[in-house]
Structures are given as C-alpha cells and as structure tokens.
Ligand binder design. Structure first.
Ligand code: KIV
Length: 271
C-alpha cells in the first residue's frame, strides 16, 4: 500500500519533522540485547523501571484494569492517560516513554493527531495506537504532524468486547496475511516500533522478518526484538487475574498483605 499527502483531510499540518525517538531501541537491538519494555502508571514505578535500565516504558491503557479495577481497557479516557503520563514523565530520564491512545480517541486522522499531541504535551515521546491496515492513514497523519507512533497489532485489548474475549491471532491463513500486511503498512506509514500481542509464535516470527522497525512482543514467542509486560504481572501485583504468559518474579501481593497485617497488629493496644 502506498500513501500520499493527498490522503490527508484538510486541516492536518503535514511534513513536520518527526523526532527519531525510537533510535535507542534500534541501538539496543544492534548491540545484540533484547529490548526490555514494561508498563508504568505512576511516578515511583516509573522511577524503579528507569533506574533499572528498562529501555521502553509504556503508560498503557491496561491501567484501566490493573489500577482502576475495570474488566477491560475500554473505560479509559484521554484525561486518565494524560494524568498518568504526566506522573510517569516526571520520573523518566533514560527510557523511551510511550503513552497509549485509549479506546475511541483516534477514530479519524484529525482526532489521532489532536489526541496524540496531547499525550506528547503530557510528556510522552510517542503515542501508541491499536490496529492494522485501517489505522495506517492515521499513523501517517500523526507522523507527518511530528508525532512519533508505536503501532500495536495482534490481539487488541480495546476490541475485547467486540471480539468476545482475548483470542490468540494468526491461526488462519487470512489472519496471517492480514497481520503481515498490517505490519508492513504501519511501518510504511511511519510507525517507529510495533507491539505484537498474543500472536502464534511462528507468525510473529514472519512479521518480524517482514519489517525493519523494532518489534516488541507479549505472548508472541521469542522472535521479537524485545518483550513487554504489564508491571503488575512480573511483580505479582494483581493476583486476581494473571495472564497465561505472565511469569511473576516477585510476590508483591503477599508482601502487601504481610505488611498490612503487621501494621494492624502493631497499632493494637499492648497489654
Ligand atoms: O496497555 C498495555 O499495557 C499494553 C501492553 C500490554 C502492550 O498495550
């Protein structure tokens, strides 16, 4: 698929230079290391990630689930994302900081540009949006307006209600073709990195071979240039729902419970 400026609706400023904010991720890949990516939603968590050398911090709309306690991400608003992006931006000194455009905030190229700019103004280096081929013209509008974009294909959490659950992608020939073409179109449109979520590993490998931009996987096998996880899933911070690909490296929930119990005991009257 090719793109031209004539595809832009009038009113969108074109050809503003887009900062190459994903260069550090390409450098990590060139060094032979895999890109380490995690979500963070607040200042202390972002500071822990940044100080520990996490390469890519995502203020994910997964905060609708693991922070706000909703069943999915569709209730997250742009104002929520701006509030949390500002907290995280105060902490980040080294990592690439990406903010999610939430559900229904990028329905047209104009709203994608307008709302992407608001995430950048809140401190994100780039905005992430979900979807394949049909989002490419929005990605092109955003990058032409100077907004770096991270794409996201495969299982799309913002579509979970429409699709009736979290389903692995790349199981049929049509899906494989769609995913590979989506990655190519999004890259041609200017996306600087791409998240591959819950994709059959052999298909994720083909996608990685089809594009040059850094690929960041979650539940997509080991071929991607890096991995991303929701921070709660690696520290054991949300024990009520643990995705199948999550591997906790700590049990923060047990520590919280232990400390709360210790405090409850501490404040009781002594004999
Ligand atoms: O919102 C999020 O946390 C995400 C990651 C799971 C990639 O999009």
């Amino acid at each position: 698929m090719t793109f031209s400026a004539s595809r832009f609706p009038s009113g969108i400023s074109k050809n503003r230079p887009t900062p190459d904010v994903f260069a550090p991720l390409r450098a990590v890949r060139e060094s032979g290391r895999r890109i380490c990516a995690l979500t963070a939603y607040d200042f202390p968590t972002a500071k822990f990630c940044d100080e520990s050398g996490v390469d890519f911090i995502l203020v994910g709309d997964s905060l609708g689930m693991v922070v706000a306690g909703n069943p999915d991400t569709t209730s997250v608003t742009l104002d929520h994302m701006i509030y949390h992006t500002e907290m995280v931006a105060r902490a980040v000194e080294s990592a690439v900081l990406v903010g999610d455009l939430p559900y229904k905030t990028y329905e047209t190229p104009e709203t994608a540009v307008e709302n992407g700019k608001r995430l950048i103004d809140a401190g994100a280096h780039a905005a992430k949006l979900e979807g394949g081929i049909r989002q490419a013209h929005k990605v092109e509008a955003m990058t032409s307006a100077g907004i770096p974009v991270c794409a996201h294909i495969g299982m799309l959490p913002q579509r979970v209600v429409e699709e009736g659950g979290y389903k692995k992608k790349g199981k049929s020939d049509a899906e494989v073709e769609y995913l590979i073409q989506s990655a190519r179109d999004l890259e041609s449109a200017g996306a600087g990195a791409i998240v591959l979520e819950s994709i059959v590993p052999s298909v994720a490998r083909k996608i990685c071979e089809a594009v040059e931009i850094p690929t960041i996987g979650i539940g997509a096998g080991s071929a991607c240039d890096g991995e991303i996880r929701v921070i709660h899933d690696i520290v054991g911070g949300y024990p009520w729902f643990v995705p199948p690909f999550a591997k906790p490296h700590a049990d923060i929930a047990a520590e919280y419970r232990r400390a709360i119990e210790a405090y409850r005991e501490e404040i009781q009257p002594s004999d």
